[in-house]
Design a protein around this ligand. Structure first.
Ligand code: DUC
Ligand code: ZN
Ligand code: ZN
Length: 480
């Protein structure tokens, strides 16, 4: 093939299906050729000793989101810069509908945040906080048609929680429109009750954030969401699962033939609630405040059980970065009065691949193919981006990460590319590291340096997810 633009030579190509020694030929930003040897491209990258994998897709990141009571540490520019440095080439953040606002308008505003800023390709999920008749009847159907084919709903947080009736109405709309609903499963009332009791007892340090939201609160909400989904025969994705309790609910639903999917995240295999204790229960534990909170070592094992048994389809970061210092940071004066006011979320888009590789592949828990499925391919399939994204196949976008499986690194704030002023994984040692990242055939990250300009990432209109198809098994008579 004479007119290739770039060849990647000498690497081991890994997809969700295969591990193959072959070269990759790229033309016009897409993969044009997979062959034992590709020699006739004007430019080439030497991938000998490296793995060549589909660029990461992180289907759960928060950027430039005005939520959780503080300004985020990352907008599109720094958040996507951090993504590309971590080997991720596509992110799907959330356009949030503030209560009382139009969802369409919220999407238009969110595009203004993203336009001209992203280093990676991106789509938007929609967060529905106010499912009025016009949102359900007009806005959501038209937005789904425009490529926003997934919604997130919350079962907690004052400014986002939906009651059961509203959850059912959103689920019904999703079923009708074939959109995939992501559910944040933590029970609002139980958390509020626990928070008030803890505060009354003077237990206000960041560690008590984890006590206020124990696993049973997540399990109860997961079971409730699953029950509503079963009533309507609608597929749902339960996001950021933290431990055994919710994992078992999802497994139970799957074993009953339901289309209930699961996502877990980096923090649930690498952090624990003890991290929230900080130094002698001081405010530094606020650095780890996220929801659901990290649990304990036995929960890590439960999450690995869910990963290896196929309960979880996607492994995401839930990148939701806040500053530690400063008036809007996790240490702000109000946050010092109670864990309840510490902004919920941690930065992690850049370390997702290294930590899963190190803990999963290097420690023999998962294969290389499964690593690719969990970090890229399944995200593309679940959220309507496949086969353009998430694979190394002729015709797919040439989004790749060249990965050194033997390189050891210690995660430090000084080597991160995000906008936050700390990393929760300071000092965490990993084996396996991204060396180069390629976005649609262009070298966009080269060993520590981000090479492309903000704005070179493109917006992705997503197709309907085949995973959002109802089963057709109506057990309870309410689905239409
Ligand atoms: N839920 C998220 O999905 N991200 C950050 C905080 C939260 O509660
Ligand atoms: Zn959430
Ligand atoms: Zn999130």
């Amino acid at each position: 093939m004479a007119d290739l633009d770039l060849a990647i030579r000498g690497g081991t190509v890994v997809t969700a299906a295969d591990v193959t020694r072959c070269d990759v030929g790229i033309k016009d930003g897409r993969i044009a050729l997979l062959a034992e040897s590709v020699t006739d491209a004007p430019k080439s990258l030497d991938a000998s000793g490296l793995l060549v994998m589909p660029g990461g897709i992180d289907s759960h990141v928060h950027l430039a989101q005005h939520a959780f009571g503080a300004r985020m540490a990352d907008g599109f520019e720094t958040g996507s810069r951090s993504a590309v440095a971590g080997g991720t080439t596509t992110v799907i953040p959330f356009a949030v509908q503030p209560r009382g606002a139009s969802l369409r308008e919220s999407v238009v505003n969110y595009h203004k945040e993203a336009d001209g800023k992203s280093h990676v390709d991106y789509g938007f999920h929609l967060i529905v906080t106010d499912p009025t008749a016009s949102v359900l009847g007009q806005e959501l159907p038209s937005l789904v048609g425009d490529g926003y084919t997934s919604f997130k709903v919350f079962m907690t947080y004052d400014d986002m929680v939906l009651n059961d009736r509203q959850l059912l109405e959103v689920f019904e709309c999703a079923r009708r429109e074939r959109a995939l609903v992501m559910v944040h499963c933590e029970g609002y009332d139980a958390i509020k009750f626990m928070t008030e009791r803890l505060e009354a007892a003077g237990k206000t340090a960041p560690y008590y954030h984890s006590v206020s939201r124990p696993q049973i609160v997540e399990r109860e909400a997961a079971h409730r969401a699953i029950s509503h989904a079963e009533l309507l025969d609608v597929p749902i994705m339960i996001v950021h699962v933290s431990g055994r309790e919710a994992m078992e609910q999802i497994r139970w639903a799957q074993q009953r033939g339901m289309r209930v999917y699961g996502e877990t995240c980096t923090q649930y295999i690498s952090l624990t609630a003890d991290d929230l204790k900080g130094l002698n229960m001081d405010e530094s534990g606020g650095k780890y405040v996220c929801s659901p909170p990290p649990r304990d070592h036995s929960s890590w094992e439960a999450i690995w059980e869910g990963i290896t048994q196929g309960v979880f389809q996607t492994f995401s970061s839930d990148h939701c970065p806040f500053f530690y210092e400063g008036s809007e940071g996790k240490l702000n004066p109000k946050a010092r009065t109670s864990f309840r006011w510490v902004p919920n979320g941690i930065p992690g888009v850049e370390v997702r691949l290294p930590i899963l590789f190190s803990e999963g592949v290097v420690k023999g828990r998962i294969t290389l193919e499964r690593f690719v499925a969990l970090t890229s391919t399944n995200h593309a399939k679940m959220y309507g981006l496949y086969p353009k994204k998430g694979s190394i196949a002729v015709g797919a976008d040439a989004d790749l990460v060249l990965w050194d499986p033997n390189r050891t690194e210690t995660i430090r704030q000084s080597i991160m590319h995000h906008g936050a002023d700390y990393t929760p994984w300071e000092g965490y040692a990993v084996t396996g590291w991204p060396v180069q990242t390629i976005l649609r055939g262009a070298l966009v990250y080269d060993d520590g340096k981000v090479m492309n300009a903000p704005g070179e990432g493109r917006f992705l209109r997503r197709k309907l997810s085949p995973f959002a198809m109802p089963t057709g098994i109506v057990r309870h008579g309410a689905a239409k």
